[in-house]
Design a protein around this ligand. Structure first.
Ligand code: BG6
Length: 490
């Protein structure tokens, strides 16, 4: 068990929306739960000028506090420093603040952690990493452990991801780098491994003999929000499929790791991602659908189209929805389609993996109410968390009638740390199991790069449209119908 140490956590990009919406609340929860007995400093860094007091107020406002929360103890350890990401002197200023704090609060030679969290626009990732390295902010004294948490997007294609990785490795060791994919911090995503590999009756069924298809849906009802500048240059394939969806797919499809060690799990994830067949762009069958939302109604509210959103061009071709059909070329999954889709402004927020079992035709003679629907294993990641199997049991009575039943294996844990709190805590204690190794990112870009190139250069497949509040474009339904399937509820 790795132990908790005193820490300094520097948040680059402390004025941004990620910091306010996700990182501050996560830090607060984590400190309350794990670090109240420790010494720590949270130091925001960004371009905007503000005082410590103003920053503390922003931090406090980002929290969903109950009346009994006593936040003063935490706030006194929160500080702010304004500066320019490109100005080396500003890093020296940061270093001085941190050195002074460590000296006064941590005690000489007590083991502690310096953690740099990059919640900044990706265009400045490299510059900030270099400046952290060159300014001596990354400390080389033996009792201080350095960590770098880096947010996605890790590059915008394979070439830029490799370039970023080279810069990281110039200044940090692999064991110091924590590439975040917050989906791995979600409780049910972690449960995938345990559920699959520890239950003896599940794993033997996970193959092409019993499974007919796998569906991964990551739907959101929100639109582009205030992130037009980033999203319009990214699109949903870069934003959701390359990182989160391929991570979920690798966990569902990977072979049993030799242990639950970080290395063994990552090795197997990379192996299975390497076996994904390149998505064919031929026009005979639909393998990819890309689409953009138009105006519509979500939970009774009218919402505007993507092109009417602030900061989005009237002719934008960026996809806000994508659905893809993947195949994995190994014995276990040969011929079994993995349908994945991600979209903004869909009818609801839901992330779910549905694994549909093959029908057994002989069974159909059993029941009056033919056809008997398929068994489906559902792994619901959010908003509720649960794992259940749609099964069938006998209706009570004299006939052999069936009724749908549900076998539920797992339900959400109210007391668990949320994804971000869990991941920041793991980084501070030095556990990188739930972070991404560079080769996972590399192979994920190899999978999506040809698709993005086709979108951007060939304009193929054509851009479809779907009404906000719907379940996506009609062509995504056709893609499944052509292959003999249909989307399962998400
Ligand atoms: C982020 C994407 O990685 O994940 C966002 O950049 C998306 O566009 C978000 O909204 C979804 O995360 P969650 O945890 O709310 O499903």
């Amino acid at each position: 068990m790795k132990s908790r140490k005193n820490f300094v956590l520097v948040i680059f990009g402390a004025s941004g929306s990620l910091a306010k919406h996700k990182i501050f609340p996560a830090i607060y929860k984590m400190i309350k739960r794990e670090y109240e007995a420790k010494q720590y400093m949270v130091l925001g860094f960004a371009r905007t000028h503000k005082t410590d007091e103003e920053f503390r107020e922003e931090f406090r406002e980002s929290l969903d506090l109950s009346e009994t929360d006593n936040i003063q103890g935490v706030l006194k350890n929160i500080f702010y420093c304004s500066g320019d990401y490109s100005n080396k002197q500003d890093y020296k200023k940061l270093k001085k603040i941190i050195d002074g704090y460590e000296k006064n609060h941590f005690g000489a030679n007590t083991k502690s952690v310096r953690c740099f969290y990059l919640a900044i626009p990706p265009v400045v990732f490299e510059q900030v990493v270099e400046n952290i390295g060159l300014s001596g902010l990354k400390e080389d004294r033996a009792h201080i452990e350095n960590r770098l948490i880096i947010e996605k997007p890790f590059g915008r294609d394979l070439v830029t991801a490799k370039a970023l990785e080279t810069v990281l490795m110039n200044y940090f060791k692999e064991s110091e780098v924590y590439r975040i994919d917050h989906y791995l911090g979600k409780e049910t995503v972690q449960n995938l491994l345990i559920f699959r590999f520890v239950n003896k009756f599940i794993e033997p069924l996970f193959n092409s003999r019993y499974i007919s298809n796998v569906q991964i849906t990551s739907a959101e009802s929100v639109g582009v929000e205030n992130r037009a500048g980033y999203f319009d240059h990214a699109g949903i394939v870069r934003d959701m499929i390359q990182p989160h969806v391929l991570q979920m797919l690798s966990l569902i499809a990977m072979e049993r790791p030799t242990s639950f060690s970080a290395k063994a799990i990552k090795d197997e994830k990379v192996k299975v991602l390497n076996l994904i067949r390149p998505v064919s762009m031929n026009n005979d069958t639909i393998n990819i659908v890309r689409a953009q939302y138009t105006s519509g109604v979500i939970r009774g509210h009218k919402v505007r189209s993507y092109r009417e959103e602030e900061g989005i061009g009237v002719n934008s071709q960026t996809e806000t929805y994508a659905a893809l059909k993947f195949y994995i070329d190994n014995d276990r999954w040969f011929g079994i389609p993995f349908f994945v889709r991600a979209g903004k402004r869909m009818s609801k927020k839901s992330t779910v993996i549905n694994i549909q079992f093959k029908d057994l035709p002989a069974l159909q003679t059993f029941s009056k109410c033919t056809p008997i629907p398929s068994n489906i294993l559902t792994i619901k990641i959010q908003p509720e968390e649960s794992i259940f199997i749609k099964m069938f049991t006998k209706k009570s009575g004299t006939d052999f009638d069936i009724k749908p039943s549900q076998l539920t294996f797992f339900q959400s844990c109210d007391d668990c740390l949320d994804a971000y709190s869990r991941l920041i805590n793991d980084a501070l204690i030095g556990d990188n199991t739930l972070f991404i190794r560079y080769d996972e990112i590399d192979i994920a870009w190899q999978i999506v790069d040809p698709i993005l190139l086709s979108f951007e250069k060939e304009k193929l497949p054509r851009l479809d449209y779907y009404a906000s509040g719907s379940d996506g474009p009609a062509r995504a339904d056709i893609m499944l119908r052509e292959a003999g399937y249909s989307w399962i509820d998400y």
